[in-house]
Design a protein around this ligand. Structure first.
Ligand SMILES: Nc1ncnc2c1ncn2[C@@H]1O[C@H](COP(=O)(O)OP(=O)(O)OP(=O)(O)O)[C@@H](O)[C@H]1O
Length: 337
C-alpha cells in the first residue's frame, strides 16, 4: 500500500499548478517532494491532506479512496512551517489535544503524551508554554502533536523552513532517527536538495507542476533523468559540448588522454579536503573541476599550469551545456555553483 496520486490537475485561474501528476509514495518510507519555489509541491501536499481540492484526478491513501474525504477522515497528521499552536496551553496539553477531542480515557492520554514527549526529547518541558520553547523545540512539539492520534501518514510542509541552518541540520538528523523508530509513512516538502538527499528514502522532483523524476537520492544524483534534475541535485559544469559533475572530470598534465580539452588553471581554491579548480580552456570555456587535495598534490597542480581535461570513466554526462542558474529561478534556492 502507499499514497497513490493519479492524474492530479490543479488550476488557479489560468495558471496550472499541477499538470496531470501521477506518483506513488511508498508505505513506511520517508519521501521528499523537492523542487524550486512555485513548482507545486505544497499544492500536491495540501491535496493529499484534503486541504485543497484538485480539478481532476484521484488520491488514495493506504488503500482507501480519499479523493472526496475531508481532511479529518483521511487519517493524516500534518505540520506546516508556521505551525499554529495553542499559545495558552502547555506543551503536554498541546500534544494531548487531538486525543482529548477524540474523548480518549485520561490515563491513556497521559501515557501516550508521556511516550510522545520522550520520543521528541521534550519530556522535561511538558509544563512549559510553547512561547518558552526554542523554534526547533516547537517544531518537535508540533510533530509530537501530529503523531499523537497515530496517523497512517504524516505530511510535513517545509517543517524546518523558518529555522536557522544549524537547527535545521539537527532537526533533519532527528527526523531521520524518529522515522527509523516509528516508520509512519512520511511525506515532506522541501526546496533544499541537501535536506532531501540527507533525509529521504525517496525523492520526487517537482517542477512547473510536473514530476520530473522519482528515485532514491543516489539514483537521482547518479542517473538524473534530464538536465533539470541534474542541475537541481548537484553541481554541474560544461566541458566542451557536454555537461557533467565537476568531480567526474579527469585532469592530466600531459596531452596523452584521448580527446582531452586543453586549458589553464586560472584559480585554485582549497575547501576542506577538496580542491576546486577553475580551468579556462583554449575555447574560452570556464570549467569547474573538483578533486581531492591528495590527488591535486600528487599531480602537482597549481595556478597557471596547463592541463588537459576529459570525462572520467563511468562519468554521468548529458549532451549540451546546462546553465544551472537558468534552471533555478529564485534567490532562495539551493546554491548550485
Ligand atoms: N491559492 C492560490 N491561488 C493562486 N495561486 C496559487 C494558490 N496557491 C498556490 N498558487 C500558485 O501555484 C503555484 C504552486 O504553488 P505551491 O505553493 O504548490 O509551490 P511550492 O512548490 O510549494 O513552492 P514553495 O516552495 O515556494 O512553497 C505557485 O505559482 C503559486 O503561486
Amino acid at each position: 500500500m502507499s499514497i497513490d496520486v493519479n492524474g492530479l490537475t490543479k488550476r488557479f485561474g489560468d495558471f496550472v499548478a499541477l499538470d496531470d501528476v501521477s506518483v506513488s509514495l511508498p508505505t513506511g518510507q520517508l519521501t521528499a517532494l523537492l523542487g524550486p519555489s512555485g513548482g507545486g509541491k505544497s499544492t500536491l501536499l495540501r491535496i493529499i491532506a484534503g486541504l485543497d481540492k484538485a480539478d481532476s484526478g484521484t488520491v488514495s491513501i493506504e488503500g482507501t479512496e480519499a479523493t472526496k474525504l475531508p481532511p479529518q477522515k483521511r487519517n493524516v497528521g500534518f505540520v506546516f512551517q508556521h505551525y499554529a499552536v495553542f499559545k495558552h496551553m502547555s506543551v503536554a496539553k498541546n500534544v494531548a489535544f487531538g486525543l482529548e477531542i477524540r474523548k480518549k480515557p485520561k490515563p491513556e492520554i497521559e501515557q501516550r503524551v508521556d511516550e510522545l514527549l520522550r520520543l521528541v526529547h521534550l519530556q522535561q518541558f511538558s509544563h512549559r508554554l510553547p512561547s518558552q520553547l526554542s523554534g526547533g523545540q516547537r517544531q518537535r512539539m508540533a510533530l509530537a502533536r501530529a503523531l499523537a492520534v497515530e496517523p497512517k501518514v504524516l505530511l510535513l510542509d517545509e517543517p524546518f523552513g523558518a529555522l536557522d541552518a544549524k537547527v535545521r541540520k539537527e532537526l533533519r538528523e532527528w527526523l531521520r532517527r524518529l522515522h527509523d523508530e516509528v516508520h509512519v509513512t512520511t511525506v515532506f516538502v522541501t526546496h533544499d536538495q541537501e535536506e532531501a538527499m540527507e533525509v529521504a528514502d525517496e525523492i520526487v522532483v517537482i517542477n512547473e507542476g510536473r514530476v520530473e523524476q522519482v528515485g532514491t537520492p543516489d539514483e537521482l544524483y547518479d542517473r538524473p533523468a534530464n538536465d533539470f534534475v541534474m542541475s537541481f541535485l548537484g553541481e554541474v559544469t560544461a566541458l566542451g559540448k557536454i555537461s557533467l559533475r565537476p568531480h567526474d572530470i579527469e585532469v592530466s598534465l600531459t596531452p596523452s588522454l584521448a580527446g582531452g580539452v586543453e586549458g589553464v588553471v586560472s584559480r585554485m581554491l582549497r575547501v576542506g579536503f577538496e580542491v576546486r579548480l577553475s580551468v579556462l580552456t583554449i575555447d574560452g570555456q570556464d570549467v569547474t573541476v573538483t578533486l581531492t587535495r591528495t590527488h591535486a598534490r600528487a599531480l602537482g597542480i597549481e595556478e597557471g599550469v596547463t592541463v588537459w581535461l576529459s570525462p572520467a570513466a563511468g562519468a554521468n554526462t548529458v549532451d549540451g551545456v546546462i546553465n544551472p542558474v537558468a534552471a533555478l529561478e529564485s534567490e532562495d534556492l539551493p546554491a548550485v555553483v
